[in-house]
Each structure stands twice: as C-alpha cells, then as structure tokens.
Design a protein around this ligand. Structure first.
Ligand SMILES: [Zn+2]
Length: 122
C-alpha cells in the first residue's frame, strides 16, 4: 500500500486512504492558495480588458471612427480578450470590451470603432 503525504506540509498521512491533508489548517491553506491563484487570474484578465477599452476609448476620444489591425497591435490591444462577441448572419463581427468595441470591416485589416447599443435594463 502506498503511503501518502499531506499536500501542504508533506507530513505522512494517517487514517483514511483518500485523505489529502493532515489537518483542517492544511486543508484551508491549500484552498486559500487556490483561491488566490484564481483571483490573480481574474485580475489579470480584467486588467487586459480594461486596457483594451482604454485603447479604444483613446482612439474614439480623438475623433477616430476606425483603426487598423496593425495600429491596434502597436497600441497593445490584446485580441482574444472581449466581454462580448456579436456575430450577425454573414455580417461583421463585433468584439466588445465593455461598452465599446471593434466591428470587422471587409478588408480584414481594419475595424470600425463602435459603441454598444444601450441594453434594456433587466
Ligand atoms: Zn499538513
């Protein structure tokens, strides 16, 4: 029979074969660390989304109505991070970062800068 050790403090485990922690303290510590990891991941993604919105906002505030793929990349826009993707039948795709977003243009090298339609309050 294989002896196992606590996943946190590595103390040998006594008792039930499926035990993973030696104590409640180690169990709590393990799950707190997991939560920290998760929280950090949420923070990282939220930071990227906010940064994306900031880039779009900066362009819009300067009167721009479209932007090139290259320009967005240079500005640090992280494609692949959006709060919502709207796909119309055969139409353009809209990628939103909160209330503002990008709408694909036919040439695939440019995007229109768009505001989200106000959603009815639910
Ligand atoms: Zn332990």
């Amino acid at each position: 029979m294989k002896k196992s050790n606590c996943k946190v403090c590595k103390e040998p485990l006594i008792g039930r074969i499926d035990k993973k922690f030696c104590s409640d303290a180690c169990r709590c510590s393990f799950f707190n660390k997991l939560n920290v990891k998760e929280r950090n991941e949420f923070r990282r993604i939220n930071r990227i989304l906010k940064q994306n919105r900031k880039i779009l906002k900066r362009l819009m505030d300067s009167g721009r109505v479209r932007a090139s793929l290259e320009e967005l990349e240079i500005m640090g826009f992280a494609f692949g991070f959006a709060t919502e993707v709207v796909v119309a039948n055969e139409g353009p795709i809209k990628y939103f970062c909160y209330d503002i977003g990008l709408k694909t243009e036919a040439d695939a090298a440019h995007f229109a800068l768009v505001h989200k339609q106000q959603m009815p309050q639910s």
